[in-house]
Design a protein around this ligand. Structure first.
Ligand SMILES: [Zn+2]
Ligand SMILES: [Zn+2]
Ligand SMILES: [Zn+2]
Ligand SMILES: [Zn+2]
Length: 176
C-alpha cells in the first residue's frame, strides 16, 4: 500500500517504444503532437474541425509509468509523450533558467513534452510528473556530480525556438 513515509524507489513500468509525431495546421498555424506505436506516420493532410493538419516531424520516443518498488504506488505519466534533451534554446527561454538555478555545469536539462505544444488551455505535464521523473533519473545516475532537471514544455519559449533530441532509448543511456 502507498506509504506517506516511503522513500520511493521508482522503476519503469508499462514501457512502450513508439514515435512522437508533430502536425501543424496550415490554416491557423496550430501545432499538435501525439504518441503512436506505428512506424509509418500518417503523411496525408486531413481536415478536422476546421483545421487542416499536415505532417511536420516524427521522432522515436518512449512512454512509460513509474512505480515504487517498495510501497507499490504508481504514478501514471499520462501527459508525457516524450523527453527531449534541450540543446538549442534562446537566451531568454525559461527552460534554460533551470540551469542557472542549479550550481555547476553538470546539470542536464530535459523537457517533458505534452501533446499540446502551444498550451492554449494552459495544460501541460503536471508538477507531480516532473517531480517523479527527477526522482527516478537522479536516483539512477551513474556519473558522479551529474544531475538532471526536467521542465514541462509549457515553460519553453516556443515549440520552434526550443529544440533538442527526443530520447528514444528508455534504458536512458543517453541520460546516464
Ligand atoms: Zn514508495
Ligand atoms: Zn487550424
Ligand atoms: Zn506542454
Ligand atoms: Zn528552450
Amino acid at each position: 500500500m502507498a506509504n506517506e513515509a516511503c522513500r520511493h524507489d521508482w522503476t519503469i513500468v508499462d514501457l512502450q517504444n513508439g514515435y512522437l509525431v508533430t502536425e501543424g495546421c496550415t490554416r491557423c498555424g496550430r501545432r499538435a503532437s501525439f504518441f503512436t506505436l506505428k512506424d509509418q506516420p500518417h503523411l496525408d493532410t486531413y481536415m478536422e474541425g476546421g483545421h487542416r493538419w499536415r505532417f511536420l516531424a516524427s521522432a522515436q520516443s518512449t512512454r512509460f509509468n513509474l512505480q515504487c518498488a517498495k510501497c507499490g504506488i504508481k504514478v501514471e505519466l499520462k501527459n508525457v509523450i516524450g523527453l527531449m534533451l534541450c540543446t538549442e534554446c534562446a537566451e531568454d527561454c525559461d527552460v534554460l533558467k533551470l540551469k542557472d538555478e542549479s550550481e555547476g555545469g553538470s546539470t542536464w536539462i530535459y523537457v517533458a513534452l505534452c501533446s499540446d505544444p502551444m498550451h492554449e488551455n494552459g495544460v501541460c505535464v503536471s508538477d507531480e510528473e516532473i517531480r517523479v521523473l527527477e526522482e527516478y533519473f537522479n536516483g539512477n545516475i551513474k556519473s558522479p556530480g551529474k544531475r538532471v532537471r526536467f521542465a514541462p514544455c509549457i515553460r519553453w519559449k516556443s515549440v520552434d525556438v526550443c529544440q533538442g533530441d527526443v530520447i528514444a532509448d528508455v534504458g536512458m543511456k543517453e541520460i546516464y
